[in-house]
Ligand binder design. Structure first.
Ligand code: NAP
Ligand code: MG
Length: 464
């Protein structure tokens, strides 16, 4: 893996202000694979100035030209997709096939969707005797996590650029090489200097400096609820726009009429992908009491196919591994029954956690309430639809979910009553144009598609 000993600011790679670096570790074998600069408030300030200088020109660039540049960026991502997959696998640990399909594939789809949207979106509306102009918000400070390292960058940068905003990105300290590769792609695509800037560094240093910088007009954050609350408060105090994409504890609701084997199998796969490090993962499986034992047996058999090190990668770092194992111990302590996996580390080397299924989980247990962010599924029992709905809605989160029934209409009727931002009906496919984001404490704002684009726009009304 190539690591730049520099920041991408104002269209070139330049040395950081300080000397500190961050070691990048491969979580599968615990080897250091590179070092990147640990940026400081000074680097953030330089990057924000570069983004500010570039803003007027980029905002005035016709949408069709912005679209062409985003299209060129997409083409570079396509040309370099194998390198992207290898980089994500090296620093995150995801199996290579998953990296190719999801970590490289989805950002290409999303970048393509914004090349198209930038060209077709109406940046002007008529309302009675008014013309409403939709104008870019300004300089965006983007702070991203490590779990879908390129997707989360593209889901912020592509719509921001489509809107006419310029960006400073602070990626997660665990996955900076993917972010550096993205910066190379931006450069190769011919996106003008200063439109996109990268500052690698630690959250409480570079991230906080970016969130607090008075030259930033909008902060878009994806990550933990704890940090998100802090960023929301900082932005609120400065009357700054903020978008927060936080945690989840999504419910996979299997109604009695559903194809049980299919619903359980897809549900297990949904959590095991990316080693359970997915904010929208369906980590609570809700099953009718009459089908409960069958569902538990099916889930245990399904999870046995997820061999560690092959189909399921490690967690991103030792801290996440310890945290997830701690949650599994907590589940046992609170009386849940382990039917697969458990707290013991399955391999001597690498930050692996055994794919784990818990039965006899009740709604108030910690493992039914808190985001675990690992390959752990909790199976809960309900007696009727009203109880299923109470359980489904009974957490502080509301990011995603699933409903399974014999026909879509029955599932949709249930989904309408769920307090959550996305629901997959009978295994519906991922749609890169559908708005993604949270109800309740799962966040503020939406990403993807035209809803994601509008986050980066502000309105000006002209009356005639
Ligand atoms: P995190 O600390 O919230 O990290 C997200 C991003 O915010 C990273 O770039 C991080 O930098 C940065 N950051 C951290 N503290 C900051 C601060 N004070 N000001 C500004 N930026 C700051 O998340 P984490 O510690 O990596 O993961 C912890 C838990 O968060 C996970 O177990 C999971 O439950 C949840 N999580 C959720 C998502 C999601 O998609 N919703 C993604 C990741 C994690 P550093 O990389 O230097 O910390
Ligand atoms: Mg952190």
């Amino acid at each position: 893996m190539k690591a730049h000993d520099a920041m991408y600011i104002g269209g070139r790679w330049r040395p950081a202000a300080g000397q500190d670096t961050i070691a990048v570790v491969n979580p599968a074998d615990e080897q250091v694979i590179g070092h990147v600069p640990a940026g400081t408030a000074e680097d953030v300030d330089t990057a924000v100035r570069a983004a500010r200088d570039a803003f007027t020109g980029w905002a005035a660039t016709p949408p069709a030209e912005r679209a062409a540049k985003i299209g060129a960026l997409r083409d570079v991502l396509v040309a370099r997709k194998d390198e992207i997959a290898e980089t994500v696998t090296a620093e995150l640990g995801a199996p290579l096939g998953f990296s190719q399909m999801v970590h490289a594939g989805v950002p290409i789809l999303v970048a393509g969707s914004y090349a198209e949207l930038a060209a077709t979106y109406s940046f002007e509306e008529k309302v009675g005797n008014s013309t409403v102009l939709l104008e870019p918000v300004g300089v965006v400070g983007a702070i991203t996590p490590w779990n879908y390292p390129l997707h989360q960058i593209v889901a912020k940068v592509a719509p921001a650029l489509a809107a006419g905003c310029t960006v400073v990105l602070k990626p997660a300290e665990d996955t900076p090489l993917t972010a550096q590769l993205f910066a190379e792609a931006v450069d190769e695509a011919g996106i003008p200097a200063g439109v996109f800037n990268l500052v690698t560094g630690l959250g409480p240093v570079a991230g906080q400096a970016l969130a607090e910088h008075e030259g930033v007009d909008l902060v878009s954050f994806t990550g933990s609820t704890a940090v998100g609350k802090q960023i929301g408060a900082t932005a609120g105090a400065a009357v700054k726009r903020v978008a927060l994409e936080l945690g989840g504890k999504s419910a996979n609701v299997i109604l009695p009429s559903a194809d049980l084997a299919k619903a359980v199998g897809v549900g297990i796969a949904n959590v095991m992908g990316n080693s359970g490090q997915t904010c929208s993962a369906w980590t609570r499986m809700l099953v009718h009491e009459d089908q409960y034992d069958e569902a538990v047996a099916t889930a245990a058999a399904a999870v046995a196919k997820y061999t560690v090190g092959d189909r399921v990668g490690p967690l991103v770092n030792a801290k996440q591994q310890a945290r997830v194992r701690g949650y599994i111990e907590k589940g046992v302590e609170e009386g849940a029954r382990v039917v697969a996996g458990g707290p013991e580390a399955p391999l001597d080397k690498g930050y692996y956690v055994a794919p784990t299924v818990f039965a006899d989980v009740t709604p108030e247990m910690t493992i039914a309430q808190e985001e675990i962010f690992g390959p752990v599924v909790s199976i809960l029992k309900y007696t009727d639809e009203a109880e299923a709905l109470r359980i489904a809605n009974g957490t502080v989160y509301g990011l995603a979910g699933a409903v399974w029934a014999a026909d879509d209409a029955e599932a949709v009727a249930f989904a309408r009553r769920m307090d959550t931002g996305q629901v997959d009906i009978n295994g519906g496919r991922f749609n890169p144009l559908a708005p993604f984001g949270g109800y309740k404490q799962s966040g503020v704002g939406r990403e993807l598609g035209s809803h994601g684009l509008s986050e980066y726009l502000q309105t000006k009304s002209l009356q005639f």
